[in-house]
Write a protein that binds this ligand. Sequence first.
Ligand SMILES: Cc1cc2nc3c(=O)[nH]c(=O)nc-3n(C[C@H](O)[C@H](O)[C@H](O)COP(=O)(O)OP(=O)(O)OC[C@H]3O[C@@H](n4cnc5c(N)ncnc54)[C@H](O)[C@@H]3O)c2cc1C
Length: 346
Amino acid sequence: MESILVLTHADETGSALTRASLEAITCGKELATRLNAPLTIGIVAADPDPLAKGLPCTTLAVSGEAFAQPRYATDAAACEALCRASQPAIVLAPQSSRFARVMAGVAHRLGGVIDTHITALAAESGPNSIPASIDATRWFYRQRIEAVISRSSRPWFLLLDAGTHAPYESNAAAGQPEQIDRIAVTVELPPLRTTVTGIRAPKQDAQTIRPDAKLLFVAGAGWTKKQPDGQIHTEEAGQLILNFIRVSGASLGSSKSLVDQGGEAHSVLPFLTHMNQVGQTGATPRHAKGLSTCCHGEEPHVVGWRFIGERRAISLDPNCGWTRGKADVVYIADAFQVIAKLNELL
Ligand SMILES: Cc1cc2nc3c(=O)[nH]c(=O)nc-3n(C[C@H](O)[C@H](O)[C@H](O)COP(=O)(O)OP(=O)(O)OC[C@H]3O[C@@H](n4cnc5c(N)ncnc54)[C@H](O)[C@@H]3O)c2cc1C
């Protein structure tokens, strides 16, 4: 029978599991139900006890200051120890930067195999499927080719892309005693050469790419084009966009034309880089909603909206790509006016 281990880790505060870890638990629970297989959750954290509360199955945890910060040597040793203690056939883990960099090494130490960027799992167990048949889905070539992978090698490590499952929510009643085993796992740490002295990160409001935001706000090249008064208004455009991002908490995306302008000596918005670009040669982010502004909605751009739930656009052009069936709602309007009004209301 396949046994499943879900590896999780604490967030930066140390007081909760990351959202991606909770998503991996949902995925593990679903898989365990489908295969009728035992499920265990492994936790990497300085103080795992409060994090284990309300989890649906046996937990194995490493603890101690060494696991408060991401570091290859300690994280790899922790994940290896959790795997050796649980002896799973299938290991699920979030594709976080913390786990993505150690998990191939851990799989190698366990003599296992690994696949990354998994978005969905399908499984079937039956008398003739030993080991169970598990199909893992991932995308290749900028999300244009969807592949389904199955393997007979075990242990099989699968790193799950964030945003593909609902985060696990405990339904344990508060105050009720839990009947679930919590097992502490000791780790023999190798000599540590790396000392984590702190994290240097841009301020929250300077960080415009926010994968967890509900809304994707896309700026197109129209923001820097001549407007009906015959003038360009790049500075005003920049202020409107940044204000909107700040008050709405949206993630900022861009069309290729707009980010390319920097290299072509045109008037540019200095806070945009190619990291913001959405589309065929850019990113394919996952957000519940998307609002496109001053962007024509051409196919190489819109292909990056594959995982955006509800799409709206503001364009002056009633014949733009968005109006031709690519958006749910299109406002034929001046984005300068609409966003100024929206900012005022927000
Ligand atoms: C191989 C290849 C790969 C590509 N990959 C990508 C990619 O990854 N991502 C990407 O984005 N593009 C990509 N492109 C380019 C893509 O085809 C388009 O050229 C690009 O998306 C156009 O950007 P845009 O809509 O912002 O600019 P434009 O086409 O210039 O459109 C600007 C729009 O702004 C509107 N507008 C102007 N002022 C206002 C206003 N005040 N209010 C409202 N609307 C206004 C105009 O009506 C116009 O519709 C690729 C192209 C190729 C050939």
